[in-house]
Ligand binder design. Structure first.
Ligand code: SF4
Length: 297
């Protein structure tokens, strides 16, 4: 008997997974793909709007919700505050990324379990491009799942991504005007300039992130830990002087990067600088800055 295969493709609200979904639909029209978006409940409004636009193009997108799926297990309300308490009030960080497991991977795993119980093998389509190095931040789960990389197979690179979106009638998600990644509003992979922009664009979401820093027990012994790291509470960003310094520093990095790009333009034919799409490069970081592809791709 032929093996039963389920094709799934996760959308993070980021440009690469969105372009991948459109690309797979264009180039592999015979595949019956189930699209999913793991909504942590702490997504940017711009991300949710973009997922709705994508649904118009792709068809139904499963919304896997960390909170409702936990509720289904009868464990009671489990929003981030609840999870934080369960982790001893230690905020997740680059060294202990429990949030990705709880908010992204577990709901995905539970959703797949239904198919796996029905005897399916899963083919999971991932938006890692041909111009990216082997991915360190790619977290997998122990299930009969094969990862498929169509962009790598077909040689699709960064400069192709916007074209794929545009020929399908989409522009980049609006958050790219002020932030480099999709993912939780309070994601600790944000740079200071992005936190400042969050404060300007969505002050109530900044306040919510700030409130999570105050979890009881987050000051037991030694220095308190905050989203931006030890000794750096978000409230320091409320000072106009600090905001000015961060913006000036960002402008300097941007100018340096633009100069470098102009110089290299003699050798390559890349377009000009796209401030927040290129933020990792501007800050001399690997693409994604170490963040997990599940969250931002
Ligand atoms: S987006 Fe950031 S905070 Fe949210 S789950 Fe991913 S790593 Fe954690």
């Amino acid at each position: 008997m032929a093996e039963k295969i389920k094709h799934v493709l996760g959308l993070s609200g980021g440009k690469d997974s969105s372009a991948l979904a459109l690309y797979v639909k264009e180039t592999r029209p015979d595949l019956d793909v189930e699209y999913f978006f793991t909504d942590t409940g702490y997504e940017l409004p711009e991300t949710n709007e973009f997922i709705d636009q994508l649904e118009d193009k792709l068809g139904y997108i499963h919304r896997l919700n960390a909170r409702s799926m936990n509720n289904m297990e009868g464990r009671g309300e489990k929003d981030f505050a609840h999870m934080l308490k369960g982790h001893g009030n230690y905020l997740p960080s680059q060294r202990d990324r429990w949030c990705t497991v709880q908010l992204k991977l577990k709901p995905f795993e539970r959703w797949l379990d239904g198919y796996i119980k029905d005897g399916y093998r899963i083919k999971n389509y991932v938006g890692i491009r041909a111009d990216e190095p082997e991915r360190v931040g790619y977290m997998t789960i122990e299930k009969p799942i094969d990862s498929i990389f169509p962009f790598r197979e077909d040689g699709i690179v960064k400069s192709d991504i916007v074209n794929i979106l545009q020929r399908n009638g989409l522009e980049l998600p609006a958050y790219y005007e002020w932030r480099s990644r999709s993912g939780c509003t309070f994601c600790f992979y944000q740079r200071k300039i992005e936190w400042v922009k969050l404060l300007e664009k969505h002050p109530h979401l900044f306040e919510e992130a700030k409130a999570f820093e105050k979890g009881e027990g987050n000051n037991v012994v030694g220095e308190k830990f905050y989203w931006m790291g030890k000794g750096q509470p978000l409230e320091i960003l409320e000072s106009p002087d600090m905001q000015k310094r961060i913006k000036e520093n960002h402008e300097k990095k941007l100018a340096r990067f633009a100069k470098k790009k102009r110089r290299n333009a003699l050798l390559t034919d890349e377009d000009g600088t796209s401030e927040f799409c290129d933020l990792d490069e501007i800050y001399d970081d690997a693409e994604g800055g170490g963040a997990c592809v599940t969250c931002y791709k």
